[in-house]
Write a protein of this length. Structure first.
Length: 282
């Protein structure tokens, strides 16, 4: 399995990122800790030197599996579901800037928080949901048309306390299948995050094995969003099904920096690799 640590390239209110300061030193630490990659959470291309960062990562043989866009929602209140056209346009404009970053790193780009929420949602209103999904779809199609055909997006279901739109892997897959034609579909995958799945999925094994060919990226955090092993989520269950399905993507640790970023990252990697070793003998 390939493992990455999530790092923010600049200060953010997004709390569940272990590394938020000093990108260069974070990259060196990731290498020392024997990670295979670093997932970057980015607000704008202006917050990092893309060329220099890529050079450093290449020299250390580290991959950027994905670019996170959640800060556009958390820090700037932008989203694809917003009823206000101006906010949606701003969200797409800033997302396109992140697509440039993703292309430079040959990374996928995540649509998690940026999908947004339905405000004043009358729970169960299908019309309201249909309208919101239409707005999100428009923003994603606009983004897919931008840049080269190589950029791929990942839609991430979040639990109900974060969003009232996509909560399960099934929600995301139905949305993709209903709204995108084949060529677009090949560029839209699913991101499975254990912290969200722990609340929303009826069965982790079922959710992953039913949809393994659509899951292109995985986030790991325990039930309390600390490092795997610090809560009560069953990581053996998910690692076992990922191995069985020959998952080839990355697992990124997106978790609280508890007790501190380094110890969280070390504990996460050690715990996950130990399970893998137990299951495979490797
Ligand atoms: C937020 O809880 C999360 O999991 C992020 O990956 C969303 O962008
Ligand atoms: Mn996540």
């Amino acid at each position: 399995m390939k493992y990455a640590i999530v790092a923010s390239v600049s200060q953010t209110n997004f709390g569940e990122i272990a590394f938020k300061e000093g990108l260069e030193s974070t990259i060196h630490k990731a290498k020392e800790m024997r990670f295979d990659g670093v997932e970057l959470s980015v607000k704008s291309s202006g917050t990092l030197d893309v060329g220099k960062t890529k050079e450093l990562l290449d020299s250390l043989d580290l991959v950027v599996p994905a670019i996170g866009s959640g800060q556009l929602y958390i820090d700037e209140g932008l989203s694809f579901a917003d009823e206000d056209t101006k906010i949606r346009s701003k969200a797409v404009e800033k997302f396109k800037d992140l697509i440039d970053v993703a292309e430079a790193f040959d990374a996928r780009i995540i649509i998690g928080f940026i999908a947004g929420n339905m405000k004043n949602y009358n729970s169960g209103s299908l019309d309201q949901k249909k309208e919101a999904l239409k707005r999100i779809c428009g923003c994603i199609q606009d983004s897919l048309e931008y840049g080269s055909r190589s950029v791929k997006v990942l839609i991430e279901p979040l639990h109900r306390f974060n969003t009232n739109i996509f909560n399960t892997i099934h929600d995301v897959i139905s949305f993709i299948d209903l709204n995108f034609h084949d060529e677009e579909k090949a560029r839209v995958g699913v991101l499975a995050d254990t912290w969200h799945m722990n609340i929303e999925e009826a069965s982790i094994t079922q959710a992953v094995s039913d949809n393994y060919d659509r899951i292109k990226h995985v986030h790991f955090a325990d039930s309390n969003r600390r490092a795997p092993g610090m809560g009560h989520f069953d990581f053996q269950e998910i690692i076992s099904v990922l191995l069985k399905k020959r998952y080839e993507g990355f697992i990124s640790f997106e978790m609280l920096p508890f007790p501190d970023p380094i110890r969280a990252a070390q504990a996460a990697l050690k715990y996950s690799k130990a399970i893998e070793h137990r299951l495979t003998g490797r």
